[in-house]
Design a protein around this ligand. Structure first.
Ligand code: AP5
Ligand code: MG
Length: 215
């Protein structure tokens, strides 16, 4: 199974992607996580992109596509993948159609900007394994400690109010238009990102079953 998940920053892509990838036994590839790992490990690339990441700017298509290709060519993807955070530009969508032409479905999670701004102020993530939490909606069992790996749970540097606003603008200008590209290929499954996390997962799973059955 080869899936894409699209949606504004904070729509819940990473939260849903993690559960769905486990369910379908496919690899969850988050380009945001791949880029943050480079920054955290202070690689040559990480040092180059750190400031842009902090300000919520998109990283060049060339850099992101190279990181992605390495993952797609790895053995971890033999059952398929769920791509979270790519494509983000029309150029990336075109590249993807060349390197992975057989996408099964494109999940689009919709959430209004005002709710996203509220949500992001409560997001906290594990600095070690990237597990996502929310101070109110999904807190770790012990405050500040990751349930999965025991790592430190912190706020992302690009989750400041002004930066999230800018990320939303960039999303609407550069990424949202890609949805029409996939609509024209009849691949889009659109779900509301409001409500309980489990209910949203169930809606996505139902829609994927229906789509597979109609093929
Ligand atoms: P990336 O990491 O992909 O960030 P993003 O798209 O801005 O999305 P987020 O991870 O912020 O949100 P999400 O939708 O995953 O939501 P989450 O599940 O965490 O990219 C970061 C940066 O990397 C970019 O800005 C750019 O610089 C660079 N980059 C990455 N890919 C790139 C590319 N292809 N090209 C160029 N640059 C690239 O949920 C958010 C919060 O809400 C959490 O606290 C969660 O617990 C909570 N939540 C989730 N679901 C619900 C619910 N149903 N109800 C209530 N709360 C909920
Ligand atoms: Mg994410």
């Amino acid at each position: 199974m080869k899936l894409l998940i699209l949606g504004a920053p904070g729509a819940g892509k990473g939260t849903q992607a993690k559960v769905l990838a486990e369910k379908y036994n496919i690899l969850h590839i988050s380009t945001g996580d791949l880029l943050r790992a480079e920054v955290q490990e202070k690689t040559e690339l990480g040092l180059k992109i750190a400031d842009d990441m902090k300000m919520g700017k998109y990283i060049s298509d060339e850099i992101v596509t190279t990181l992605l290709k390495n993952k797609l060519n790895s053995k971890e993807c033999e059952n398929g993948f769920l791509l979270d955070g790519y494509p983000r530009t029309t150029a990336q969508a075109k590249t993807l159609s060349e390197i992975a032409p057989d996408i099964d479905a494109v999940i689009v999670i919709s959430v209004d900007d005002e709710i996203i701004l509220e949500r992001m102020s409560g997001r906290i993530v594990c600095a070690d394994c990237g597990q996502v939490y929310h101070k109110l909606n999904k807190p770790p069992k012990i405050a500040g400690v990751c349930d999965v790996c025991g790592g430190l749970v912190v706020q992302r540097t690009d989750d400041k109010y002004e930066v999230v606003k800018k990320r939303l603008d960039i999303y609407h200008n550069e990424t949202a238009p890609i949805i029409n590209y996939y609509k024209s290929q009849d691949l889009v499954i659109r779900v509301s990102g409001l409500g309980y996390i489990d209910d949203i997962t169930n809606k996505i799973v139902d829609a994927i079953s229906k789509k597979s059955a109609s093929k």
